[in-house]
Design a protein around this ligand. Structure first.
Ligand code: FAD
Length: 351
């Protein structure tokens, strides 16, 4: 038996799922180290400053729809700057006809932070006991007497851990473990299960306007209901608590998976020109078009299927745990956080 004080957990990924796990384990006996390949925290719950405006170019908002999320977000994390987005999500179809959205869904509160949705990840990190090491991509791991040595992309050992929590989208986990050096068991079954995961890719095209773009009263976003339009979602950043000057507009157009796939390697000129044409079918633009435009390409944006967490962990080597929206089956910040908390509970119950 190892001394419990020596237990070390590596969390791979500082998205909301991994950070929620780190937060849950803050008062435990585990020494937790989180590795994140990017510079920033919060993963796809992402915010960037574009043309001096804080823009959520990944998730648009989050919902607080379970008691554990209520406790965590409303009581445990700092609430300064947390606000409710006013307005409804409208719907549009292939012909760009706009109608009001589902009243029941629109009753649910849409949350965000004044400084951007990535504040959720930053606040989780602040309140967690985990040491977070950024700009460090884990690319492989090797077993050493019932422990795991993590290897970074520059070939360094990142340390030896008793347990690992994998949080990236399942196709990225599959890449990571494909070269793992596992002594006793084969990873074939685990690889096959993870390979069942499917993700849509998505371009977020961000357009800034010097004037206010007209839309139905009380509309904060629009969703393509029949999934036949080239645009999946239009989010109005100017409906988010003072982020955009009152005379201006910033619109985030999330392009459909089909449009994204067919434009995946297009140059910016083509991307921008063609996305402007598609967005202008839904809302009226000034003829000159946006004053500025930017983009983000998400290779793994939204999962299309949910993997079974029990099945996956049952065929994984001892000490490997999993969380993230691959196990939810749809892209949702809150639900992904819950998978992280549940993984942390399993870790506490297993050891
Ligand atoms: C365009 C877009 C719009 C969305 N809109 C909404 C919305 O409005 N509302 C909503 O609730 N949800 C939305 N979602 C979904 C939501 O953002 C995700 O479900 C949620 O953020 C997933 O969190 P996660 O922690 O599971 O994964 P991620 O956020 O992907 O976190 C995984 C982390 O692992 C890191 N990582 C990956 N590989 C490695 C490695 N080898 N080594 C180290 N680090 C690694 C990544 O950099 C990342 O930070 C949207 C997503 C996208 C892309």
């Amino acid at each position: 038996m190892q001394n419990i004080e020596n237990r070390r957990l590596a969390i791979i990924g500082a998205g909301v799922s991994g950070l929620s796990a780190g937060w849950y384990l803050r008062d435990s006996d585990w020494e937790v180290v989180t590795f994140e390949k990017s510079r920033g925290l919060s993963g796809r719950a992402a915010t960037r400053t574009m043309n001096d405006v804080r823009v959520d170019h990944g998730a648009n908002y989050f919902k607080i729809n379970s008691p554990i999320l209520e406790d965590l977000i409303l009581k445990e994390l700092p609430t300064e700057g947390l606000f409710q987005i006013h307005g409804d999500v409208f719907l549009f179809d292939q012909q760009s006809t706009i109608i009001p959205g589902d009243p029941n869904l629109n009753k649910e509160t849409k949350w965000n932070y004044k400084n951007g949705i990535s504040d959720l990840g930053k606040r989780l990190a602040q309140c967690s006991g985990s040491k977070i090491i950024r700009q460090t991509r884990v690319i492989s791991l090797e077993e050493c007497s019932r422990c795991w040595n993590l290897i970074s992309d520059d070939g360094r050992s990142l340390g030896v851990f008793d347990a690992i929590l994998f949080t990236p989208p399942a196709p990225q986990i599959l890449d990571l473990i494909s070269d793992a050096d596992v002594q006793e068991s084969s990873l074939n079954e685990l690889n096959e299960l993870l390979a069942e995961s499917e993700f849509n890719s998505q371009f977020s095209i961000v357009m800034g306007f010097k004037n206010r773009i007209e839309r139905p009263n009380d509309c904060c976003a629009m969703l393509n209901e029949d999934r036949k339009h080239a645009v999946s979602w239009l989010g109005f950043e100017d409906s988010k608590s003072g982020r955009v000057g009152s005379d201006a507009s910033v619109i985030v157009a999330q392009m459909s998976p089909e449009w994204t796939t067919s434009h995946y390697d297009s140059c910016d000129d083509v991307l921008f020109k063609e996305s402007i044409i598609e967005v202008s079918k839904i809302i009226n633009f000034p003829e000159a078009g946006p004053a500025w435009i930017d983009k983000q390409r998400w290779r793994y944006a939204h999962p299309r299927v949910a993997l079974d967490i029990e099945e996956v962990e049952n065929c994984a080597p001892e000490g490997w745990f999993f969380s993230g929206d691959s196990f939810v089956g749809r892209g949702r910040v809150g639900e992904s956080m819950v998978t992280g908390i549940e993984a942390a509970e399993r870790i506490l119950n297993t050891f």
